[in-house]
Design a protein around this ligand. Sequence first.
Ligand SMILES: [Zn+2]
Length: 403
Amino acid sequence: MISTSCRLCASSKLRLIIDLNYHPLGDTFLPKEALNESETRYPLRVLQCEDCGHAFLQYVVPEGERYQKVDYSYTAGNSPVSVKHFGEMAAEIIADQKLGAGDLVVDIGGNDGTLLKAFKDQSGCNVLNVEPAGNIAKISQENGIETLHGFFDAKAAANIKGMGGAKAITGTNVFNHINDLPAFMKDVKDALTPDGVFVFEAPSLYELVKRLAFDTIYLEHVSFFGIKPLVKFFSTLGLHVHRIEASDYMGGSFRVYVKTTPAASTAAQDFIALEEAAGLYEAKTYEEFMTKVRKFRSDLMSQLYEIKAKGGKIVGIGAATKGNTLLNYCGIDNGLLECVTDSSPLKIGKYTPGSHLPIIPDADIPKDATHALILPWNIGNFLKDKLKHLNLEFIVPHMDGQA
Ligand SMILES: [Zn+2]
């Protein structure tokens, strides 16, 4: 499906700003038998609306293909960094909305229920997870979180309204996956109580550009948000941005609070000033960005070839989706890396899409490995610390962007 108009303002004045060539779905890890079959690759390109400045993928893989065709492999509860992050996020929203027993909090695409569990434990409120991936919805239910298996749509919104409405609706790394944003936001608004808040957390285009985080672009991320186009979009729906919290999570995200009541704070205007100063809505910014991305690739490849030429053995650490964009864009395969390690039982035993590297537990890292390429660089320090006993030399892309 090719985007021919802006997802926020419907303008057809679009320019191509980022082109990362062809990629398979980044978060679909492959079972061994799939290696005997062909693998579909799609163009990974970002367009920007010349009218409102919104950035989004040119080619969008249909939602059914993205989430329901094969088992989805990411669970937040598996990562201590995520558990801590979601615990803090719940506390912030509980304080902001004064949530307590009897209030309803809905998490859209709530994964294994990690965020909702924090809400429940900290405030005693009622929770509901709306999760489209069948295997993950089942894990959420097993974790004691009430879960509706399916996409968040008008029917789900009507269900929630029937329950009295939600005082808070959250979506972490979800809002940027949505195809039809106007329909989605209408459903969110319908499901909220009049004093309710929609809080979404998504990678910010500002941080993506600042950190050269091209690997946070993948086929599952439809939109790359700036505050300027969002404010304009929300105002057409009678919604207002009340609060913005920048975070290092996922390599540079923001958490945005949206309500139906007018905002007293200048949070949005302040953020837009930052974006404009960084040239976020100018074509030339992305010409420079792509030049730096190509240099990043040639520098990293030279470094890896040099290690191999000297007899080194390199392993990849962390089978993260962003790692797959990096591996496939650079063309790194089993000629350079032995394997990739991960702690998730849903990934171990499978292979990385495109590059086809076997995923093994940390404990099975070959004894003669000399170097480790850390793929989820946003938690690079955490992983370096966790693996320091192995005496490996670490290579961390985008060093200055670390959490
Ligand atoms: Zn637009």
